[in-house]
Design a protein around this ligand. Structure first.
Ligand code: AMP
Ligand code: MG
Length: 393
C-alpha cells in the first residue's frame, strides 16, 4: 500500500495537460487562464476625479478662496478648456480632470452663489484625483495559469480583453458499478439502492470547471463493464466507482486490465478510500474510486480534484489544508491516514460523529475533513490539526 502523497504523485504523472480554447469574457469565470493576457488600454485612461466637486489649481485652495465656475466636466463628457487662475470647473466622479487643474474641491466644502464658489472648509488635503494608469497601464499582464474569479473577470473586462484563452474543460466520464444500483428517480427493487456517488462527484467536478458526464450504471459483469467503459471514449478522465475491492463481484481492475489498462497503483493507506486504483486505459487516465459513498466523495476531494486542476494547468498540489484548533478531543489514529468528517464552527473544529464511510448524512453536515496522519496520537481540545475545508456551507 502506498501513502496518500505517493498516490497523488502517480495521479499528477497521469494528469495530461489539456489544450487551450478561447471563450468570451462572459464565460471565463471559473476557468483557468491558459496564457498570459495583456491590458489593451490604460485605466483610468486620463486623470479622473474621484469625487463630485470643483476642479481647481491646488496652490490656490486656501480657506475662503473664491473661484469662478467656467465649465462642467461629467463622466463621459470632459471639458476641453484650460482652467486658469481663480477659475474652477464643476466636475463629477469619473470625469477627466481638465487641463490646468490638479485638485478637486469636494462640493461639501464649498458654498456656491451663481458662478462663484468659496472654499469654506480646507481640512481635506487630498487631491481627489485618480492619476491615469493608477489601476493598470496598457501592457500590464495577468499571468497564467490562474483560476479566474469574479474579480479577475472584472479586471479582464476593464483591460478590454473580450476573448480569453483558457484551458479546455476536462470531460470526466463517471461510471457507477453495481447490480444493486438504480438512478435517482427510478423505483428501486427490494435489494436495491440509489446511485448517489456519481451525482455527488458530478456536482464536485462541475464546481471546479470540469464537465462531468454520468454514464449508464455498469452491472457487476464483465460484458456490462466493458460496454460502459467503451462509452467513456473521448473523455479526458475516466472515473469508475465501486467494484474496486476484492469481493467476488469487484471486477473493475480485472476488466480494465483485460482492456489494456496500465495500472499505476492499487490501494492507498488511508481511510476512507483504501481500494483506490489508477492507471491509463488506452491512453486515457483512469481512476477507480471505492464504492462507499463517503469514500468516493473523500477520494474525489483528495485525489480527483487536484488531478483535474493539474490537467487544467494549475499547480500540481494537494487539496489545500489549513490549521484549526480542536474543539473536542480525538482518539489515536491507526496505521492509515484518516480523513475525518468534521465541523468547523466558532469554537474550532470537531469530528462530525459516526465516521462509517457509508454515511452521507454525516458528510452532508460536515464542512471539513480533519486530516490525521498515520499513527497520529491522541489529540486534545486546544491542539492544532490539519483540515481540508469543504466549502459547502
Ligand atoms: P463496492 O466497492 O462495489 O463493493 O461498493 C461498496 C459499497 O458502496 C456497497 O455498499 C455499494 O452498494 C456502495 N456503492 C457502490 N457504488 C455506489 C454508488 N454509485 N452510489 C451509492 N452507493 C454505491
Ligand atoms: Mg459493487
Amino acid at each position: 500500500m502506498i501513502s496518500v502523497a505517493q498516490a497523488l504523485e502517480h495521479l499528477f504523472a497521469l494528469a495530461d495537460p489539456l489544450p487551450e480554447e478561447t471563450v468570451s469574457l462572459r464565460h471565463a469565470a471559473g476557468r483557468v487562464l491558459a496564457r498570459d493576457v495583456f491590458a489593451t488600454r490604460t485605466q483610468p485612461p486620463f486623470d479622473a476625479s474621484s469625487m463630485d466637486g470643483y476642479a481647481v489649481k491646488g496652490v490656490e485652495a486656501d480657506l475662503h478662496a473664491q473661484f469662478k465656475v467656467v465649465g462642467e466636466a461629467a463622466a463621459g463628457h470632459g471639458w476641453t478648456g484650460t482652467v486658469g487662475p481663480g477659475q474652477a470647473v464643476r466636475i463629477f466622479t469619473g470625469a477627466p480632470v481638465p487641463e490646468g487643474a490638479d485638485h478637486v474641491l469636494i462640493q461639501e466644502n464649498v458654498t456656491r452663489t451663481g458662478d462663484l464658489i468659496t472654499l469654506t472648509d480646507d481640512s481635506d488635503t487630498k487631491s481627489n484625483i485618480r492619476p491615469a494608469g493608477v489601476d493598470f497601464f496598457k501592457g500590464t499582464d495577468i499571468a497564467a495559469p490562474r483560476l479566474l474569479r469574479p474579480g479577475d473577470v472584472a479586471l479582464l473586462a476593464s483591460m478590454n480583453v473580450a476573448d480569453v484563452p483558457v484551458a479546455k474543460r476536462p470531460v470526466v466520464a463517471l461510471i457507477s458499478t453495481g447490480d444493486e444500483l438504480v438512478m435517482p428517480g427510478e423505483d428501486p427493487g427490494p435489494d436495491q439502492i440509489i446511485a448517489s456517488n456519481t451525482f455527488g462527484l458530478a456536482a464536485m467536478l462541475d464546481d471546479i470547471g470540469a464537465e462531468a458526464h454520468i454514464l449508464p450504471i455498469a452491472r457487476d459483469n464483465a460484458a456490462s463493464l466493458r460496454t460502459v467503459l467503451g462509452l467513456a471514449n473521448g473523455a479526458d478522465l475516466v472515473v469508475t466507482i465501486g467494484g474496486a475491492s476484492v469481493g467476488d463481484h469487484d471486477l473493475v481492475a480485472d476488466v480494465a486490465a483485460e482492456m489494456g489498462m496500465e495500472q499505476s497503483f492499487y490501494k492507498v493507506a488511508m481511510r476512507p478510500g483504501k481500494p483506490l486504483m489508477a492507471g491509463r486505459l488506452n491512453g486515457t487516465p483512469m481512476v477507480g474510486l471505492p464504492g462507499n459513498p463517503v469514500s468516493a466523495m473523500v477520494c474525489g476531494t483528495v485525489f480527483v480534484v487536484p488531478m483535474l486542476r493539474a490537467m487544467m494547468g494549475l499547480p500540481a498540489v494537494p487539496a489545500p489544508q489549513v490549521r484549526r484548533t480542536l474543539a473536542a478531543p480525538l482518539g489515536a489514529n491507526g496505521p492509515r491516514a484518516h480523513y475525518m468528517r468534521a465541523i468547523i464552527d466558532g469554537d474550532g473544529v470537531r469530528d462530525a460523529g459516526l465516521q462509517d464511510s457509508s454515511l452521507l448524512s454525516v458528510l452532508a453536515c460536515a464542512n471539513a475533513l480533519i486530516v490525521r496522519p498515520p499513527h497520529d496520537p491522541v489529540r486534545h481540545a486546544g491542539d492544532s490539526v490539519d483540515v481540508i475545508e469543504l466549502h459547502n456551507s
